[in-house]
Write a protein of this length. Structure first.
Length: 448
């Protein structure tokens, strides 16, 4: 097992990783920028290393500085969390060169999966179902129109690199192609330094379903699925699980395992799909890291996924067998973002009072506390509240009651929106799609 691990991240995920490292008896070192000098994970770590930068993001993106710090503090490994450098193959390769373990897949696998065009090809060959689309980058409108004539509208243009929904554009008719293609290419270049885009058939009325796996480079197991259909700006705000029948879960789970084995995957990963009205699945992408909503799977399976990923990175063979993974009850997670519930505008600032809920089956993952100042430079996520109960309806009722216990003053949050969703008829019936908020505009109004 590792003796000392450097966490190259911040916020709630840094605190989450710290807790698993501590449970394994591993010393914790964390990097931080000036905005996070008083944050909870920095205060709780065995050692914190300040990276002074004028740009707050730069403290967490300077590969050479982070590698240098890892060497100086004697870290055996680096945990990247999610975001920042978590999916960066250059970062993983530099650590490999210094013989410091990157907790996650190796740089070659990161490069393969980070390119969504190559990932489509690889996973299709492994037997995963994919939506009709292009196998090569689309360079101009003429080429895009040829694709449209072949597979029909609506289509979606996606960046070949990166993720988080950045730059995705849905096209419903030929006249929209020129502006949509230019916009997607420009955003992809700005966000990822790579303007390549590709086109897929857009699956209307789809649900977003993802499968959690753990692999050790040779073998893999799956921990079931999560439904992540309720989104704003292509980013999830409420997730839950389980969602599928035992039969469908096994069918898709077995396929996912083949996909993981086909690239020699090591560590935690999430395979994402869209499921149409007829129950057909279409592969979207692989997230080669710990996922924000991993907490749902932990609640319904009773395992510490982050600790399992660390153990595999330290050289253990899969520490759990497929027949040992049992799903029990239902869990719902709501993301508490510092955003206005009705305009979705960010709401950074100081939290004057912060009291989180508790009780049986209630979990809160948060780095926020009374007196904490939410920076304007980072993602607006300040907490995740997860509720578990024996049934889905009981979990919904528990979450509604739990949100009423939250006392959070000084900033706006998504809590009022979540309360309305939890009461909404279609949500209660499980009738949700990736267009849920657009299909229920009344939820985005302050007054019904």
């Amino acid at each position: 097992m590792f003796r000392r691990v450097l966490i190259a991240n911040r916020g709630e995920i840094a605190l989450r990783i710290l807790r698993s490292l501590r449970s394994l008896g591993i010393e914790v070192v964390i990097i931080y920028g000036k905005e996070d000098r008083l944050s909870l994970p920095v205060r709780l770590a065995d050692e914190g290393v300040f990276i002074p930068r004028n740009d707050p993001l730069a403290s967490y993106l300077d590969i050479e500085e982070i590698v240098k710090i890892a060497k100086e503090v004697g870290a055996d490994a680096v945990h990247p969390g999610y975001g920042f450098l978590a999916e960066n193959p250059t970062f993983a390769r530099r650590l490999e060169e210094e013989e410091i373990k990157f907790i996650g897949p190796n740089s070659k696998v990161l490069r393969l999966l980070g390119d969504k065009i190559s990932a489509r090809k690889i996973m299709s060959k492994a037997g995963l179902p994919i939506a009709d689309g292009t196998d090569d980058p689309v360079l101009n409108v003429e080429q895009a129109i040829k694709v449209a004539n072949r597979i029909g509208f609506p289509l979606i243009i996606k960046a070949a690199a990166g993720g988080g929904g950045i730059g995705m554009q849905v096209v419903t008719k030929e006249s929209e192609f020129s502006s949509a293609l230019t916009l997607c290419q420009g955003r992809a270049l700005s966000a990822f330094g790579d303007e390549r885009v590709f086109i897929e058939k857009f699956i209307q009325g789809a649900q977003h379903i993802e499968f959690q796996i753990l692999a050790d480079g040779k073998n893999a197991v799956y921990f079931g699925e999560r439904c992540c259909s309720i989104q704003r700006r292509h980013q999830k705000i409420l997730e839950e699980g389980p969602w599928l029948s035992d039969e469908v879960r096994k069918t898709i789970g077995d396929i996912v395992i083949k996909g993981a084995k086909s690239v020699g995957y090591e560590g935690l990963a999430t395979f994402e799909f869209l499921r149409d009205n007829d129950g057909n699945f279409y592969f979207l992408e692989v997230n080669p890291r710990v996922q924000v909503e991993h907490t749902i799977t932990e609640m319904i399976t009773g395992v510490d996924l982050v600790a399992l990923g660390i153990r595999v990175a330290a050289g253990e063979k899969l520490p759990i067998k497929q027949n040992e993974i049992n799903i029990k009850g239902h869990a719902i997670e709501v993301r508490i973002n510092a955003e206005n519930s009705w305009t979705l505008e960010p709401s950074p600032g100081k939290i004057w009072e912060c009291i989180w809920p508790g009780g049986q089956g209630v979990r809160v993952d948060s780095h926020a506390h009374t007196g904490y100042t939410i920076p304007s430079s980072f993602d607006s996520l300040i907490a995740k509240i997860i509720c578990w109960a024996p049934t889905r309806m009981e979990a919904i009722n528990k979450m509604s009651a739990t949100l009423n216990e939250v006392i959070l003053t000084g900033v706006d949050t998504l809590i009022p929106l979540h309360k309305k969703i939890l009461k909404e008829k279609d949500f209660k019936n499980g009738d949700v799609t990736i267009n849920y908020l657009e299909e229920h505009p009344q939820l985005m109004k302050e007054v019904d």
